[in-house]
Design a protein around this ligand. Structure first.
Ligand SMILES: [Zn+2]
Length: 392
């Protein structure tokens, strides 16, 4: 995500914070600065927000570590003013795995509540002296917004409970929506489960927006995020659904232009300007496939070295280009591209190079074939790249 600062790396996951996070710190400082001692109040507000986000981070680690347990790579966790996002390379194909990954986040918050609440009540009780349980709870509530150790403990215990509960709302792609989708997917095709979850999510988004109109900007943002995020996921699932019946060999572009390793960059620039092609296979003089020159790569080279230089020094070497067989489905090709962060794959049959498949080819296919396809199928339990997030 652009504008993010990396804080640290643990278990192979980059923990980063978006610059706009500063806004929520300022907000925390502001709401507590009405105290007798403004400076101390503001500092306390910052501590409250930081601790709150430690809880959000633990929630994200709940998702991330469960995902890693199922062999899903988690490149990063990002903290934003409205919560956190754990970026998953893909959502597992098994509904049970998605269920466990989704529920692990709120579960962390409930565990934190169970740990914090007794301590909070103990500290509040010590400050209060004698009294009934009811009066203890009433007093605890009154302490919640008061800058103090007991106030802080009560605030964190209550907030973790609220966080866990709120994230379980069936507002796909929030955690509760994923729980709903995975439960539905145990009983029906994945694509229908997703459609239903997205529809319920939209209703929830409208409800949240309605509540947010009372002046809660965070709720409005979340409603927006649910609405947009749900649509994105549905498109991804539908695209995958289109792609799963097409084989790599059927999608190969037979008119593709090629380059030779010994040619100059100029040649590639010419081709890019005069054809619709953006990615080129590169061959040596013995007609062996030796690499790929992609448009982003070409742009990078032009920026640093200009039009001098040869293609052999600018291309992605063949051994770094992901490879698939001709019978691989495009859904798996798509996954391979996402997993490798690559916009091309090489299609090979017993070591012989057949051609390239590119992201452009696939998005074109999705548009053309997707328009014609409306059938459903029970085997499709596959999901696209995904992320899980918490919201406050
Ligand atoms: Zn979550």
């Amino acid at each position: 995500m652009g504008g993010s600062l990396r804080l640290f790396r643990v278990w192979g996951i980059d923990v980063q914070v978006h610059w706009s996070f500063l806004l929520i710190l300022a907000y925390g400082a502001f709401i507590y600065s009405g105290q007798a001692n403004r400076m101390a109040g503001a500092l306390y507000g910052i501590v409250v927000i930081l601790l709150l986000f430690v809880c959000v981070l633990l929630h994200e680690f709940g998702h991330a570590l469960t995902a890693k347990y199922f062999k899903v790579n988690v490149p990063n966790i990002t903290l934003l003013p409205i919560g956190g996002v754990a970026q998953l390379e893909r959502m597992p194909r098994q509904p049970l795995q998605e269920f466990l990954i989704a529920i692990a986040g709120p579960a962390v918050n409930f565990v934190l509540t169970i740990l914090l609440l007794p301590v909070a009540l103990l500290v509040v009780g010590l400050g209060m002296g004698s009294g009934s349980l009811t009066s203890l709870l009433v007093y605890a509530q009154s302490r919640m917004m008061v800058p103090s150790l007991d106030g802080l403990l009560v605030y964190l215990a209550v907030t973790n409970f609220a966080l866990g509960l709120f994230n379980l709302l069936p507002a796909f792609p929030m955690d509760g929506g994923r729980v709903l989708r995975s439960l539905l997917a145990m009983a029906m095709p994945y694509i229908r489960a997703t459609r239903i979850a997205v529809m319920v999510g939209r209703l929830m988004a409208i409800l949240l927006a309605f509540l947010g109109l009372g002046g809660n900007i965070i709720l409005l943002l979340i409603a927006f995020f649910v609405y947009i995020g749900g649509r994105g996921e549905l498109e991804a699932v539908e695209s995958r659904y289109v792609l799963k019946d097409i084989r790599a060999r059927q999608a190969l572009n037979r008119e593709a232009r090629q380059l030779y390793a010994s040619e100059s960059i100029d040649k590639a620039v010419d081709l890019i300007m005069t054809t619709y092609q953006a990615d080129f296979p590169v061959f040596d003089l013995g007609s062996n496939f030796v690499g790929v020159l992609t448009r982003p790569r070409l742009v990078g080279v032009l920026r640093t070295q200009g039009r001098e230089g040869r293609i052999v020094d600018s291309m992605i070497p063949a051994q770094e280009v992901p490879m698939v067989g001709p019978e691989t489905t495009l859904a798996d090709v798509w996954d391979k591209m996402m997993e490798n962060g690559s916009r091309v794959v090489a299609v090979k049959e017993q070591g012989r190079f057949l051609g390239l498949l590119t992201l452009d080819d696939i998005s074109e296919l999705i548009q053309v074939v997707g328009a014609a396809k409306e059938r459903e199928d029970k085997e499709d339990k596959q999901a696209a790249q995904s992320s899980v997030s918490t919201v406050l």
